[in-house]
Design a protein around this ligand. Structure first.
Ligand code: NAP
Length: 314
């Protein structure tokens, strides 16, 4: 019987692992086939406190992992494939093994949606990004594009005006989905312009991005557009498929946790982007991981000192 099973190994999961390990709970971390979460897809991280010269995303996650292991966390690079939270002990299955646990911390994160067009994957980190906060500063005085018409796209575009000399929003329709206030701010900004009814067909460039091939959906025309960066802001998908029917989720699939890290199931806690539509930062996820581990520890303590069920007293 495990005391703590942590599902996920981004900043939230591995911070939870550090705290749970230092509390002598010997957490088992199901890290996923590809550990480390979204930071494994970024280049330099400049906004994680403690690294004044910046640090590469994968290097930062390696440090998280080493720190968790140093205190006794056991990390398995396997995907959790099934959970059963209907009764105690909680069950998490991964790699044909079923783990029984008193507490589970869910930190499976969210995945940014990508366009899925040629060139996009090849030029990731070399002009193509899904995170303006992470990568915007690399494009000072450059011409930056943003794809999407929602609040995220407007937020990214407005943020990117701090760096770029021009920010062009490319949207597939002729109206924004974003809230009125965000749309108005973007429209009013002198550095932001819009290309409507247009989709990206291909990201151009070899060593780094040099432009986009665009398709105007009105007349079906194709043309190449010179620019230096593409920020894709077409939404995130929380990684909650295996929790459907087990945990309360909102309409978009994020885990509901109105009370800190607590979920609707006793003993199951949540941390990081899988429950966070708003901040989505490595440092906020790490903070949430700390809180979830402390909540799990308190829960275990309460379980230990709780009187046995009445049926066992006779
Ligand atoms: P969203 O509201 O779902 O918007 C996604 C946008 O991307 C839409 O404009 C959509 O186009 C476009 N899109 C989707 N798939 C596409 C594709 N394959 N190719 C081209 N365009 C595509 O997502 P979001 O902007 O990430 O926002 C998610 C939630 O977070 C929203 O509820 C939002 O209000 C909230 N949020 C709030 C703030 C804030 O208040 N500051 C900031 C960020 C997010 P269509 O419009 O044609 O569907």
């Amino acid at each position: 019987m495990e005391r703590v099973v942590i599902i996920g190994s981004g900043p939230a999961g591995l911070t939870a692992a550090v705290y749970a390990a230092r509390a002598n709970l010997r957490p088992l971390v199901l890290a996923g086939g590809l550990y480390g979460g979204q930071l494994m897809l970024t280049t330099e991280v400049e906004n994680y406190p403690g690294f004044p010269d910046g640090i590469m995303g994968p290097d930062l996650m390696m440090k998280f992992r080493e720190q968790a292991e140093r205190f006794g966390a056991r990390i398995l690079d396997v995907d959790a494939t099934l959970v059963d939270f209907s009764s105690q002990p909680l069950v998490v299955a991964a790699d044909d093994e079923r783990h029984h646990a008193k507490t589970v911390i869910v930190a499976t994160g969210a995945s940014a949606r990508w366009l899925g067009v040629p060139g996009e994957e090849h030029l990731r980190g070399r002009g193509v990004s899904t995170c303006a906060t992470c990568d915007g500063a690399f494009f000072k005085e450059r011409h930056i594009t943003v794809v999407g018409g929602g609040d995220s796209a407007m937020e990214e575009a407005l943020f990117l005006t701090r760096f770029g000399r021009r920010v062009t929003v490319i949207h597939r329709r002729d109206g924004l989905r974003a809230s009125k206030i965000m749309a108005e701010r973007a429209h009013a900004h002198s550095k932001i312009d819009f290309i409507w009814n247009t989709v990206v067909e291909r990201v151009l460039g070899e060593e780094r991005m040099t432009g986009l091939r665009l398709r105007n959906l009105r007349d079906d025309s194709l043309y190449d557009f010179d620019c230096d960066a593409l920020f894709i802001a077409i939404g995130h998908t929380p990684n909650t498929q295996i929790f459907r029917g087990q945990l309360d989720l909102d309409e978009a699939g994020y885990i509901l946790s109105p009370n800190g890290s607590l979920t609707n199931v006793e003993g199951v806690f949540v941390a990081g982007d899988v429950a966070d539509l708003r901040y989505k930062q490595a440092v906020t996820a790490a903070g949430a991981g700390c809180k979830a581990a402390m909540d799990a520890e308190r829960h275990l303590e309460a379980m230990e000192f709780a009187p046995p069920p009445l049926t066992h007293l006779a």
